[in-house]
Each structure stands twice: as structure tokens, then as C-alpha cells.
Design a protein around this ligand. Structure first.
Ligand code: BG6
Length: 297
């Protein structure tokens, strides 16, 4: 018996219940396969047909209520990173730490599968953040993956939000990839007291990197010669992009990060973070989305 309620599911969507009444949706259509946990509406596998996996998840990730899955696309909301003035509150908000509700699942004529999840204020959320809100996450799973988060301020005052579609990507070897599209933009370096620098050329990795690229609505591409592919990340409703790799020391201090996993992943996150703070009047919505696609090189 599960405490979760389900809409009618098309044949392309099935449910597996993991230990602890933890449901996972498995999607298998003619274009792709994917897995999405109801917890956090957290997509943690995506593989277009005939291609290598695109989304990275740690082999030691924990699937348990209250703990975000290490990898996939955690939804960071209503704040990105540590809370501004209360370090006891969870990093990256609370939307990734609880079960959402599956509202709708549809198999489309295009071959893609559409899933829509909801997450609203509750007693639990009010203990952490005392405001009313509504969130909807839509996933379109096909040859491409589209992730769209709509937030509505349902409180009677203006509210500020920061957020991230915190996407972890699979790469062949972090030392061989490069990230294009952010050249000549300004970034806030989280590893250097939030000082600002200008990006020179494409991004390459030889140590820990944790940056918020400002004023970056543009498409970003991960070039991966080892897998002979490029991953393209298009977005809307987002003026900031976080690029993160924890490298050796930070990842080995995280229990849910597999050993040497840092070599095979990179985060390129579609965000409202840094200076890109969203202020919403009562009943005002904001939508942030990303579309992830793969090109053979
Ligand atoms: C990134 C941040 O978005 O998320 C990093 O820029 C942070 O500073 C990383 O370490 C992972 O955060 P968490 O809370 O999932 O361990």
C-alpha cells in the first residue's frame, strides 16, 4: 500500500516503489528512457534511444525522504545555496527534500512523454519558510529533455526567490571536456570569497570549480570528445548559470558521491542565482526552463 495518489498512466510510464514507500516513475517511450523519483520530482536518469546516458547520478545516491538524490536534476527552491541568514535551514531550499504529487502523465503523438508534478505549501514547508506558494514541474521526455518549473507566490506579500534546475551531466572525463557559450561573461567565484572575474575562453577543468555566471541567458554547450558528442543546454527565464565540479577533496567528503565520480560528471545549472533574484508580487508567477539535447560530433 502506498500513501501516494496517481492519475491514469499511459503504457510508457510505470511505477516502482522502493523501500520506505519511495515511488519511482520509469519512462520508456520510442524516443528515450528515464527515471523520475516522486521525491523532489527529481529526474535522475535520461537516455535518448541508441545514445549514452546524458544525466549523471551517483552510484551511492540515497533514495530516502528528506535527503536529495546526489545527481539528476534536483529542483533547488525557494533559495539557491545556503540560506542567506539562517545556516540551520537546508542548503538549496526544501523542494528537493520532500514528495511531490504527480498531477498528469500523457503519452504525446510526437513520441514524447509529458509528466506534470505539483508541490504546494504545507505544515512542513511552513516550518522552514512561512509563506504560501504553488510549484509545478513539467518534464517532456523525448529525443530531448525539457524541464520547466513554474512558481507562483500565493502569499499576500512580495517574495524573493532564487532557484536552480541543478543538472548533473555525464561526461567521459572531466579533464577532457570543455564548456562553450560563457566566454567573456562575468562570474562570481564561490571558491574565492565571491569575487568577480571575467571568463577567458571556454571553461576547462583541472581542479574544483564553483561559479555563478551572471547575465547569461544564452545556450551553453558541453563538448565531450571522449563520447564524441556535445550536450546543448538551452534555457528561458534564467539569467544565471552555475558551473560546478567538486573535484577530489570535496567529493570524497560526501558519503553519497561515488569514489572518482567527479571525473565523470559536471553540473551546468539553469538558475536564478547571484544577482538574478526573482521578486514576485502576490499571485505573480515565474517560469524557468531548460531544454537538453545531444549532438553527435
Ligand atoms: C552547487 C553549488 O550548485 O551545488 C555548490 O554551487 C554546492 O556550492 C553544490 O556544493 C552541491 O550542493 P549540495 O547541497 O547538493 O551538496
Amino acid at each position: 500500500m502506498t500513501r501516494h495518489n496517481w492519475p491514469t498512466l499511459p503504457d510508457s510510464v510505470s511505477i516502482e516503489i522502493l523501500e520506505g514507500d519511495y515511488p519511482v516513475l520509469k519512462i520508456a517511450n520510442s524516443l528515450a528512457t528515464a527515471k523520475v523519483a516522486l521525491h523532489g520530482a527529481h529526474l535522475y536518469q535520461f537516455k535518448p534511444k541508441g545514445q549514452d546516458p546524458v544525466i549523471w547520478t551517483s552510484e551511492t545516491a540515497v533514495y530516502k525522504q528528506g535527503k536529495a538524490i546526489r545527481g539528476g536534476i534536483p529542483i533547488c527552491w525557494p533559495w539557491f545555496g545556503p540560506h542567506q541568514n539562517n545556516s540551520e535551514l537546508p542548503a538549496h531550499g526544501f523542494a528537493r527534500n520532500d514528495f511531490w504529487v504527480l498531477n498528469e502523465a500523457q503519452q504525446l503523438e510526437s513520441g514524447s512523454t509529458l509528466l506534470s508534478f505539483k508541490f504546494n505549501h504545507s505544515e512542513n514547508s511552513k516550518n522552514l519558510w512561512p509563506h504560501d506558494f504553488g510549484l509545478e514541474l513539467t518534464l517532456l521526455i523525448g529525443r530531448e529533455l525539457k524541464v520547466e518549473l513554474t512558481m507562483v507566490n500565493l502569499s499576500n506579500q512580495e517574495q524573493n526567490f532564487t532557484t536552480a534546475l541543478h543538472s548533473y551531466f555525464c561526461v567521459s572525463d572531466i579533464k577532457d571536456i570543455s564548456i562553450a557559450g560563457l566566454e567573456n561573461t562575468t562570474y562570481i567565484d564561490s571558491l574565492q570569497n565571491d569575487e568577480r572575474f571575467k571568463q577567458q575562453g571556454a571553461i576547462r577543468f583541472s581542479e574544483e570549480l564553483d561559479r555563478i555566471y551572471c547575465q547569461t541567458p544564452q545556450t551553453v554547450t558541453i563538448h565531450d570528445p571522449g563520447l564524441s558528442r556535445a550536450i546543448t543546454i538551452e534555457k528561458s527565464g534564467s539569467l544565471s548559470t552555475v558551473v560546478w565540479n567538486p573535484w577530489i577533496d570535496k567529493s570524497s567528503n560526501m558519503n553519497d558521491f561515488e569514489i572518482d565520480g567527479y571525473q565523470r560528471m559536471v553540473c551546468v545549472e539553469t538558475c536564478n542565482a547571484g544577482d538574478d533574484i526573482i521578486t514576485l508580487a502576490p499571485n505573480q508567477p515565474h517560469r524557468i526552463s531548460t531544454t537538453i539535447s545531444v549532438q553527435k560530433l
